[in-house]
Ligand binder design. Structure first.
Ligand code: SF4
Ligand code: SF4
Length: 481
């Protein structure tokens, strides 16, 4: 199928464009060194190699693993909702190949193709060769001139990296401002468009409550989470930014269920995992976040021996499990990143069903019909599907109903809901219809982006149901002992 006269699947492009060529619409540019993507000479901006199921590959060879069979097309939400070849996995991989070869008909179409990808990974799950399309798309995005150069995004990442306490202070000021209703007014007045961050208006609407005390502040004060007097650790809790800065009840619930089921543990007192920097064009910053977390892990390991690092946002957990890919060109850090990644576990996979306890009948009745949404970075990113279901079956019994298309993305996808609101809402709409079809009262999720996105949708379209994080559900429903 032709899409905007770009290319047919399998077609060799007939026209070429020069790097730095301006598209017909005067929009997208690619950096002049675009062909160096092949050689990965821009180490600060591009990955040295991609770790694929078929081995370590450079970008071109990774994209070339896509044989354009189309088997993944029906798994791709953006393709299914639009029918457009250029915004399918096959189209995206082909655009990257053409970019590296220095040939494409329209840089604007390539930019659109990359920016509309949810990075959900459903295509990779469906693909026999397990082509890592999300990683390939991210490399394509990083080749866009100006990608990740927004002043406010850059300031946020820099402050989070270099002055985390200042970041926390600014965030609290923003939350206080939200409580006054000013951000809603700013959104209505179009101020976010003015500063080049229209997505903030969507973000403002997606969040309906904000904490004035962050999880890390609370956990640092918990005497049971200190390292003193502890030899072996059953677990170490890693506070990802979502549970730390926004959904603090998730962090607290995770720690409570870990204490109850898994023996003594500690709070890592970690840095951001680096995912935000990684996905928004700041690879060097992502590496620095990763190095700091690895160092912290090594320091604790020297004192306590092996222990699992538990996080409760599937996006961050999946990213940390892939830290090795950040350091493929670094002989010192690569094995250290691999060792850290091996210790990382998602709370979704960590609690065995036999330790989940029994459900409190009143709490279970209040939950109504319980269903489970497979967060993309849990199922596609980490292969976690059965473990949380075993726990939910045990706790909810006959109240559990399988969600149709449970691994269809919710459209949250990090900042996708804010950068591509129209497409995001279409993806979400299908999720909400499926939730309504099982008459769910409670939708259990494993990532904080899904929590914000599905709850925003439910509040508007199906307010008798709510989404809750897996840890919060267990904490609420399991009998207190
Ligand atoms: S990504 Fe995989 S399944 Fe999809 S078209 Fe390419 S080879 Fe086929
Ligand atoms: S990551 Fe998701 S949106 Fe992107 S090509 Fe794959 S299935 Fe489609």
């Amino acid at each position: 199928m032709s899409d905007n006269n770009q290319f047919e699947p399998g077609e060799q492009p007939k026209a070429s464009w020069e790097p730095e060529h301006e598209g017909a619409a005067g929009g997208a540019h690619f950096r002049s060194e675009v062909n160096e993507l092949y050689g990965h000479e821009q180490a600060g901006r591009h990955l040295t190699a991609l770790l694929t199921d078929l081995g370590e590959r450079n970008l071109y060879d990774a994209a070339a693993q896509c044989n354009r069979c189309g088997y993944c097309e029906t798994s791709c939400p953006t393709y299914m909702l639009t029918g457009r070849e250029t915004i399918s996995a096959r189209g995206r991989n082909q655009f990257v190949r053409m970019l590296v070869e220095g040939r494409t008909k329209s840089p604007d179409a390539a930019a659109e193709s990359f920016s509309t990808c949810l990075l959900c990974g459903a295509c990779s799950s469906a693909c026999y060769a397990k082509v890592p399309t999300p990683d390939i798309v991210l490399e394509g995005r990083r080749s866009l001139t100006g990608y990740g150069d927004n002043f406010f995004a850059r300031a946020a990442v820099n402050t989070l990296l270099n002055a985390p306490r200042l970041f926390a202070f600014w965030l609290k000021l923003a939350y206080l401002a939200k409580l006054t209703g000013l951000p809603r007014l700013a959104a209505k007045m179009g101020l976010y468009d003015f500063i080049g961050m229209p997505g903030l208006a969507e973000a403002e609407g997606a969040v309906n409550k904000v904490p004035l005390r962050f999880a890390s502040e609370l956990l640092r004060r918990d005497p049971e989470l200190g390292t003193e007097g502890k030899k072996q650790l059953g677990w170490a809790y890693f506070a990802a930014c979502g549970p730390n800065f926004l959904f603090t009840e998730v962090a607290q619930a995770t720690v409570r269920i870990l204490k109850k089921t898994s023996g003594p543990g500690i709070f890592v007192d970690n840095q951001c995992c680096g995912l935000m920097a990684h996905n928004y064009g700041r690879l060097d910053d992502a590496r620095e976040f990763a190095r700091r977390n690895i160092l912290r892990y090594e320091e604790l390991k020297a004192e306590h021996g092996d222990f699992p690092v538990i996080a409760d946002c599937a996006s961050c957990t999946a990213f940390m499990k892939g830290y090795e890919q950040l350091f493929t060109g670094d002989a010192d850090w690569r094995p250290r990143a691999k060792a850290f990644a091996a210790a990382v576990k998602d709370i979704l996979e960590f609690i065995p069903a036999e330790k989940a306890g029994r459900a409190d009948p009143a709490a279970l009745a209040a939950a109504g019909t319980v269903t489970y949404h497979d967060s993309c970075r849990a199922c596609h990113g980490q292969g976690i599907r059965q473990e949380p279901r075993a726990v939910l079956h045990k706790l909810a019994g006959k109240n559990f109903r399988e969600l149709p298309e449970s691994d269809w993305c919710c459209g949250g996808a990090g900042a996708f809901a804010f950068t591509q609101p129209e497409l995001s809402n279409k993806v979400l709409d299908r999720k909400l219809r499926n939730i309504a079809s099982v008459q769910a009262g409670t939708v259990v999720v494993g990532a904080t982006s899904c929590l914000a996105q599905i709850n925003a949708g439910l509040r508007a379209a199906y307010p008798s149901a709510r989404a809750v994080h897996y840890s919060v559900f267990i904490d609420e429903v399991a009998e207190k002992t």
